[in-house]
Design a protein around this ligand. Structure first.
Ligand code: RIB
Length: 304
């Protein structure tokens, strides 16, 4: 089995999570339940998910020179994520996310980006070794868009497989889309990119077609508890989800992207990689937290 190298370029946060019966409406204070802190950030979650599932992973990221940043590096080392390219910002604090999770496992998240907002193309140049020796480059949108565009162009031109999880949702330039091999939006992000409201498989197909026509070869739209729609060079496939009781959906998308990248790194096809990712994210939603909930490879055998 081949095992190509994955580099994740993305954010690193510390998540402050409160479980509540429901999410508050604007202006409202509600009394929640338990509080806990655990490591998060879409970039770090995807890197740790990939490493736990057997990937060879480096993370290019930026933290503050503070206790959260230092803790993150210690944790990544214990997860076998290469930390040689985690930079420390002398002025900005580490990223923090405030998360509320309701009784159905749905969440609302506010991120204070801190040092993540200062991960610049110059940092990527300083981490050129990680990029140079990687086969797969995985990114999200919790770092500056100029950095995402810079990495995508550079990596694409060098023949790396470039994957973007466009979260949190924002409009993207056609030039960025042309430098991607695969894009993995959820339904809201797909709507933002295509202008089509994604409510079912048919509308997901329409949205995927619009996105593909902007220059990305392969589009995978994650549809939460329904499954995932794949458009691969003009052909649609649908992979249904695995029915589980969701406790907390935080990092389900991150698990999906990390697992999908591991699948590709191991030489699996796009569909096999999506099936692998669907299994992994089904485990994540049954547990609380972001990195606290990410599955290990051995656990995947228990999921049908
Ligand atoms: O995708 C979940 C993540 O989004 C959380 O871990 C939080 O830190 C935010 O980045």
């Amino acid at each position: 089995m081949s095992n190509q190298k994955i580099v994740v370029v993305g954010s690193c946060n510390t998540d402050m999570v409160i479980k509540a019966d429901r999410l508050p409406i604007p202006g409202e204070t509600i009394i929640g339940g338990s509080f806990f802190m655990n490591p998060g950030g879409k970039g770090a979650n995807q890197a740790v998910a990939a490493a736990r599932l057997g990937g060879r992973v480096s993370l290019i990221s930026k933290t503050g020179n503070d206790v959260f940043g230092k803790q993150s590096v210690v944790l990544f080392n214990s997860e076998n994520v290469n930390t040689d390219f985690i930079f420390s910002d002398s002025k900005l604090p580490s990223g923090v996310a405030l998360i509320t999770v309701d009784a159905n496992g749905e969440n609302s998240i506010v991120v204070a980006s801190g040092a993540n907002a200062n991960l610049k193309p110059a940092d990527v140049d300083a981490a050129y070794k990680a990029l140079e020796y990687s086969d797969i480059v995985l990114m999200q949108l919790e770092i500056p868009i100029e950095t995402v565009e810079y990495v995508a162009k550079k990596a694409f031109e060098k023949g790396k497989k470039v994957i973007l999880n466009p979260a949190p949702a924002q409009a993207l330039s056609n030039s960025l889309l042309k430098h991607l091999d695969i894009i993995i939006p959820n339904k809201n992000e797909a709507e933002m990119l295509s202008g089509i409201k994604v409510v079912d498989i048919e509308s997901a197909k329409e949205a995927a077609t619009v996105i593909a026509n902007k220059g990305v070869d392969k589009v995978v739209i994650t549809l939460g508890s329904k499954g995932a729609l794949v458009l691969d060079e003009g052909e649609f496939s649908f992979v249904p989800s695995i029915k589980v009781e969701a406790i907390d959906t935080t990092a389900a998308g991150d698990t999906f992207c990390g697992a999908f990248s591991v699948g590709l790194a191991e030489g699996k096809s796009i569909i096999e990689s999506v099936e692998f990712a669907v299994k992994a994210s089904a485990i994540t939603v049954t547990r609380m937290g972001a990195q606290a909930s990410l599955p290990y490879r051995s656990e995947l055998f228990q999921v049908e």
